[in-house]
Design a protein around this ligand. Structure first.
Ligand SMILES: Cc1cc2nc3c(=O)[nH]c(=O)nc-3n(C[C@H](O)[C@H](O)[C@H](O)COP(=O)(O)O)c2cc1C
Length: 177
């Protein structure tokens, strides 16, 4: 699968087969994530791999998305905004902290698609309960939970929800078609 195929094929998956993911594939996905560009090459994000059933069930409740507990693994993505603030000021804390994580996650999602895996990015995660569950130090923000697994049904991309290219593209200047 080339990168364009992975981009067009990826879609959000919430329910998964009872089939394990090989450890080397998991490592490959995280490796793809860390290959993303990052402001000033400061890769301020960390991943927590969760495979324990009871923890996954708890996380799915914390995320208000109960169906993702069928995923063999969840990747919890965290970052330390203070560290980026100390390097880049307010932009680091408020902007790069989100942008860097977003690029890393997109790499992960596309690499997962390439491996035939389904994934989702769940951002509706309550900070305190997940930090307590996974013993995450207070300075971190949990940016998302990524359930990963083999999809229980063929994912279908909601292309009708995508913006038309003609509506979002300008040539040479704004409003110039
Ligand atoms: C930043 C971000 C946050 C998201 N948070 C959630 C979430 O909290 N819960 C959820 O069910 N889906 C979440 N999603 C998944 C989107 O709803 C999904 O990507 C969107 O419906 C488009 O579908 P597709 O991924 O199949 O193209 C999130 C996606 C992104 C990019």
């Amino acid at each position: 699968m080339d990168v364009y195929q992975a981009i067009t094929k990826r879609s959000t998956v919430y329910s998964f087969l009872d089939k394990q993911i090989k450890e080397e594939i998991l490592v490959k996905l995280l490796d793809a994530a860390r290959m993303s560009p990052a402001a000033g090459s400061i890769h301020e994000y960390e991943f927590i791999i969760v495979g324990n059933k009871a923890k996954k069930t708890e996380i799915s409740k914390i995320c208000l998305t109960p169906k993702i507990d069928s995923a063999p693994y969840m990747i919890v993505v965290i970052c330390d905004p203070e560290k980026l603030k100390s390097i880049f000021g307010l932009d680091g804390e408020e902007v790069f902290c989100v942008e860097n994580v977003s690029l890393a996650i997109e790499n992960l999602l596309l690499a997962a698609t390439n491996e035939g895996l389904g994934s989702a990015w769940i951002a509706t995660v309550k900070q305190e309960p997940i930090k307590q569950l996974l013993k995450i130090p207070d300075k971190y923000i949990v940016r998302g939970v990524i359930p990963l697994g083999y999809p229980s049904e063929e994912p279908s991309k909601q292309t009708q929800l995508l913006p038309k290219l003609s509506e979002i593209t300008h040539v040479e200047s704004f409003n110039n078609e």
